[in-house]
Design a protein around this ligand. Structure first.
Ligand SMILES: *[C@@H]1O[C@H](CO)[C@@H](O)[C@H](O)[C@H]1NC(C)=O
Ligand SMILES: *[C@@H]1O[C@H](CO)[C@@H](O)[C@H](O)[C@H]1NC(C)=O
Length: 350
């Protein structure tokens, strides 16, 4: 799968940087024998940020006859979907006219550090901003593009809801992640998580519609004992009818995640109320993972979370907590009336 993606990437780059012609969707644009008159480049192919951050997607254009440039320059930024099949409008500018689209409205503008700068600034980055962006510059009949990836710092976690394993179709999987303050993960995010040690023996949806799972310690029930470690690919499944778990991705949050100090153990309903009374909300699963991974949060007390699960985050493995590994330990989805657990709360900062 990784190789396949890699090849797709290579072929996109090749198509965009061959001197003679440029493939663009289903058109072939021929450029004069003496080479392109307009060249678009990005000094970085990947930029790195986190939720809530600001970032510049670099892009510059060069014209053969810059001084003679009579035609108006049009700059267009689009986002490529995870399957590379579509483009979503982000921003266009022509002279003084500028327009941004969808939830990019009010969050994107041109950096304009020089005459030939087409770099785009995105502020207050969201989880959905992750992905590949295309910078396109058009002058008259000339047209060239460059692609920049926006990567986010964060954490991937496997997820299944209260009804149990293998219950989510693709659309429900997307929603399940959103409900836990996260988004469905990309293959690259799962691959990075696998490289940092994620091992999970249940297949989950990814944002390109594929179903995969990461194995670092090959064993019999997870694809076989004598196999190489890797991200195992089940392939693409019917998004409406097939049911799996999901891999979610979340990044930094702007708020406080904490274990509520309370004199007694709580039922689920009492846990929800206790956080409200403390000026917060019961925490979501994405928040416990972000606090654990990004802030090193460590607490050996099992607590309720918003989806009715009970978990606790361990950064410093120790006896009776999580002896072998740093992990968010999963106790289960207990009966909501059981008065056996504490609660994790989350207070958003504004
Ligand atoms: C561009 O491609 C055409 C057709 O393949 C070829 O005939 C031509 O020589 C090429 N021009 C340059 C400058 O490479
Ligand atoms: C991002 O940019 C906005 C607008 O320029 C600014 O108000 C905000 O403080 C910046 N945020 C960060 C995290 O730098």
């Amino acid at each position: 799968m990784k190789n396949l993606l890699f090849l797709v990437l290579i072929s996109i780059c090749w198509a965009e940087h061959t001197g003679n012609y440029t493939l663009e969707r289903d058109r072939i644009i021929h450029i004069q024998e003496n080479g392109p008159r307009l060249l678009v480049e990005s000094e970085q192919t990947k930029v790195f940020s986190h939720r809530g951050g600001n970032i510049t997607l670099p892009c510059k254009f060069y014209r053969e006859h810059a001084s003679a440039g009579s035609g108006k320059i049009r700059i267009k930024w689009t986002k490529l979907t995870s399957d590379y099949l579509k483009e979503v409008d982000v921003f266009v500018a022509m002279g003084l006219h500028q327009k941004s689209y969808g939830n990019y409205q009010g969050r994107v503008f041109l950096k304009k550090s020089s005459e030939n700068d087409a770099s785009l600034v995105i502020i207050d980055i969201t989880l959905e901003d992750y992905g590949r962006y295309k910078c396109e510059v058009i002058e008259g009949l000339e047209d060239d593009t460059a692609v920049v990836s926006l990567d986010l710092q964060g954490v991937v976690f496997p997820y299944f809801p209260r009804f149990g394993r293998y219950h989510l179709n693709f659309h429900e999987a997307q929603q399940a992640c959103l409900d836990q303050d996260s988004v469905i993960a990309s293959f690259d995010q799962l691959y990075d998580a696998w490289r940092s040690g994620l091992d999970w023996c249940n297949a989950g949806w990814l944002n390109d519609g594929s179903v995969q799972y990461p194995i670092t310690k090959p064993r019999e029930p997870c694809g076989g004992k004598n196999t190489v470690p890797g991200v195992r690919n089940y392939g693409f499944w019917d998004k409406a009818k097939s049911r799996y778990d999901v891999f979610c991705f979340t990044s930094n949050f702007n708020g406080r995640f904490y274990y509520l100090i309370h004199p007694t153990k709580l039922t689920y309903d009492e846990a929800v109320q206790a956080c409200l009374k403390d000026g917060s909300q019961i925490a979501k699963v994405g928040q416990i993972f972000a606090a654990w991974k990004l802030l090193g949060y460590d607490r050996c007390d099992a607590g309720w979370l918003a989806d009715g699960s009970v978990r606790y985050p361990i950064s410093r493995p120790r006896r009776r907590c999580s002896p072998d590994e740093a992990a968010v330990r999963f106790v289960g989805f207990p009966d909501k009336k059981h008065k056996l657990y504490g609660v994790y709360c989350f207070r958003a900062y504004n």
